[in-house]
Design a protein around this ligand. Structure first.
Ligand code: SF4
Ligand code: SF4
Length: 117
């Protein structure tokens, strides 16, 4: 049986990478993630969470962009790689995500309890 951590590693390795518009973070906002991924992110206080949510932003977005890039949640990695989550600024990988992999990730979202980052 495959553990969530193995699935995460598998997904992370296979989601196609692409370059964003430098300095852009237009697609960052309140996102949800699995408890497993949440545990890898730095803990934010309740006040920080509330302030971020009030402004509809992610608590890990800093002046210079994502502060947790190496551990950013799957949904952040998926954004821009599928027509269903297309980049509003026209950026995309050379090849969009394999539809089978996208389905596997969608199933993972459904099967894991998702919490607000
Ligand atoms: S995917 Fe698009 S909207 Fe999101 S940060 Fe990259 S360039 Fe900006
Ligand atoms: S974790 Fe990083 S990439 Fe994802 S929404 Fe927050 S700031 Fe943006």
């Amino acid at each position: 049986m495959t553990s969530n951590s193995q699935k995460l590693r598998y997904f992370r390795q296979r989601i196609p990478a692409f370059a964003c518009v430098p300095g852009c973070h237009d697609c960052c906002g309140p996102v949800t993630t699995s408890s497993e991924e949440m545990a890898r992110l730095p803990v934010k206080s309740e006040a920080e969470h509330e302030a971020a949510l009030e402004d509809l932003r992610c608590p890990h977005l800093g002046d210079k962009g994502c502060q947790v890039y190496a551990e950013r949640p799957l949904i952040c990695r998926l954004f821009g790689t599928t027509p269903r989550l297309a980049c509003p600024n026209g950026q995309r990988p050379a090849e969009m995500i394999d539809p089978k992999l996208e389905r596997q990730i969608m199933r993972f979202f459904k099967e894991t309890r998702q919490v607000l980052v």
